[in-house]
Design a protein around this ligand. Structure first.
Ligand SMILES: Cc1cc2nc3c(=O)[nH]c(=O)nc-3n(C[C@H](O)[C@H](O)[C@H](O)COP(=O)(O)OP(=O)(O)OC[C@H]3O[C@@H](n4cnc5c(N)ncnc54)[C@H](O)[C@@H]3O)c2cc1C
Length: 266
């Protein structure tokens, strides 16, 4: 049997956590486990409405951990992330599934987390003053603690960000892979590119090969060819019911080339 405990604040919920407990947000994944009899002994919930708030900050947007994918789609401030949220599950999943929950969703899920990583988002954890890069939280998500909010920097040029999801079932199939790319440019040259693949490792991962190929270059056919050829460097693809590791490796560069070509053509 699973007991549900509801707390008014995240701080109180954090104190109540233990080995026998799991924090529940939208429950889209956790309730599957509970229904199959594989859930934790205690489910910890928080009733604080602040967790569902979207706030504009000086250089970006702060998303409460409990903002749902539907909440993202309802926010004009988060327009850059609409193409990502729109492709996550069907309406029911988008109405319940939260942005923080997506950080902890095992592969092949985690499309939204891939986009957050490409945008260089920061994660505010309960009881910790300073925000941490989303990359750090993804690397240590078993011990990360409770997420209070996610800070998403606003890209200077929204066209510098692009997202592409490859799935077998349209429109709501899960990812064979997804790609989130942020290519800031200075004087026509790419500076500090971020190329992130979802469903190409245990968590969303940056393609070190593609980023190296793009850094300091103009986005032209030759650069795109080099980035596509190096796409799998830094990734750790796997076999699941959706696709084999071999297939994922074969098509990663093909899809990155398509996405970058689309960006090149504006
Ligand atoms: C049918 C279906 C289709 C889906 N399709 C996609 C898809 O196409 N792309 C995609 O990316 N995802 C997909 N998902 C996954 C979906 O996005 C996630 O289920 C959702 O983001 C998880 O959010 P949740 O609030 O429901 O998490 P929950 O189920 O409540 O929790 C999931 C995990 O996150 C942890 N967690 C939640 N909030 C916090 C927090 N604030 N701090 C710390 N830990 C937390 C929980 O403890 C738990 O371990 C799909 C899910 C389903 C069921």
């Amino acid at each position: 049997m699973t007991i549900v405990e509801t707390y008014p604040t995240l701080a109180e919920a954090a104190r109540a956590m233990g080995r026998d407990a799991a924090y529940m947000a939208g429950g889209t994944l956790l309730m599957r486990d509970v229904n199959e009899g594989a859930g934790p002994a205690r489910l910890i919930r928080v009733s604080d409405p602040g967790l569902t708030r979207v706030q504009t900050t000086g250089d970006g947007v702060r998303l409460g951990a409990g903002v749902t994918m539907a909440g993202v789609l309802a926010s004009r401030e988060l327009e850059v992330l609409h193409p990502v949220a729109r492709l996550i599950g069907g309406p029911q999943v988008r109405n319940m599934g939260t942005v923080a929950g997506n950080l902890f969703a095992a592969h092949p899920y985690g499309d939204f987390a891939a986009a957050l990583l490409a945008l260089g988002a920061l994660v505010v954890l309960a009881g910790q003053g300073s925000a941490r890069p989303v990359e750090d939280v993804l690397k240590a998500r078993d011990s990360a603690g409770l997420v209070e909010a996610i800070e998403v920097p606003r890209p200077r040029d929204p066209r510098a960000f692009a997202f592409h999801k490859v799935s077998r079932v349209k429109p709501k199939g899960v990812s064979v892979l997804s790609i989130a790319v942020h290519l800031p440019r200075e004087g026509g040259r790419i500076r500090d590119p971020r190329v992130v693949f979802g469903a190409m490792g245990p968590t969303p991962l940056r393609s070190s090969g593609a980023e190296r190929a793009l850094e300091g270059h103009a986005l032209d056919t030759a650069t795109i060819d080099r980035a596509a050829a190096a796409a799998c460097e830094g990734l750790a693809p796997f076999t699941d019911q959706i696709a084999t590791e071999w297939y994922r490796r074969e098509v990663a560069g093909v899809h990155l080339r398509r996405l970058l070509t689309r960006m090149e053509q504006g």
